[in-house]
Design a protein around this ligand. Structure first.
Ligand SMILES: Nc1nc2c(ncn2[C@@H]2O[C@H](COP(=O)(O)OP(=O)(O)O)[C@@H](O)[C@H]2O)c(=O)[nH]1
Ligand SMILES: [Mg+2]
Length: 224
């Protein structure tokens, strides 16, 4: 009897995605474009944070954004109205961007002259954490109204993040959000992550975030 041939499709799909993510990262590194994969629940403040970040850095850096949504374009319209170079990506039902979708979107979007490119990922704290899209850094936003227990409930998202932005601190007094508990639970999963408290509404705390970004882009380009 001939030997039964078993092909592990799952495995090869993952290996292929890892390879593609690596290629994307290398290409963006060679051209000096820093890609931030921005992840959060719906409503945590991704779009507002991006708009304020763009306003603070637009005179210094060439910035673009890829808006990933299942099937809408409201955020992309807001970005474009602000003057940011924008591309809308529809994931066709998928709950996160993956390496293949990101590579294909980048082929349609000229990024060669960009210093900083944001991917506003599909809103949720589960699937986007499982995908390496080929970004230079992963940033997650946790907003105060969501509660300080989210790092316990979605540990992978907080484990893979390079930066955790805790947004909507202007609303702190209305919610029982324990800063120390949030920090402790993030640190438990990720001792290295940069944790920054801010408000996309008032701008409080943005100086630390802008400083982190500026430094990250500089060292990415310096080492290119
Ligand atoms: N109070 C307050 N509201 C905010 C802040 N950032 C965003 N929002 C509000 O939260 C809602 C969702 O924001 P948006 O940026 O669209 O979230 P996204 O779905 O993650 O892109 C909007 O009504 C914003 O005005 C903030 O720092 N403080
Ligand atoms: Mg948005």
């Amino acid at each position: 009897m001939p030997e039964l041939k078993i092909i592990d499709v799952q495995e090869s799909v993952f290996a292929n995605k890892d390879r593609i993510a690596g290629e994307t990262r290398r290409k963006l590194h060679d051209q000096g474009t820093f890609l931030v994969n921005l992840m959060a629940s719906p409503g945590a403040g991704k779009t507002c944070t991006l708009l304020r970040t763009f306003r603070e850095l637009r005179d210094e850096l060439r910035i673009g954004v890829m808006e990933a949504d299942i099937d809408a374009q409201v955020d992309a319209d807001r970005m474009q109205a602000e003057g940011m170079r924008t591309i809308q990506v529809h994931t066709g039902g998928a709950c996160a961007m993956d390496a293949v979708m990101t590579r294909d979107a980048l082929r349609e979007f000229h990024t060669e002259d960009l210093d900083l490119l944001f991917l506003e990922n599909v809103g949720n704290l589960v699937c986007p954490a499982e995908e390496d899209v080929g970004s230079s850094a992963r940033v997650v936003i946790l907003s105060v109204p969501e509660g300080d227990d989210k790092p316990e409930k979605y540990p992978l998202m907080f484990r893979v993040a390079d930066v955790v932005l805790i947004n909507k601190i202007d609303a702190m007094e209305y919610f029982d959000f324990d800063r120390e508990r949030a920090i402790r639970n993030i640190r438990l999963r990720n001792p290295e992550a940069e944790i920054i408290f801010l408000s996309a509404k008032t701008g409080e705390g943005f100086d630390a975030w802008i400083r982190w970004l500026r430094q990250a882009v500089q060292s990415w380009q310096y080492n290119a």
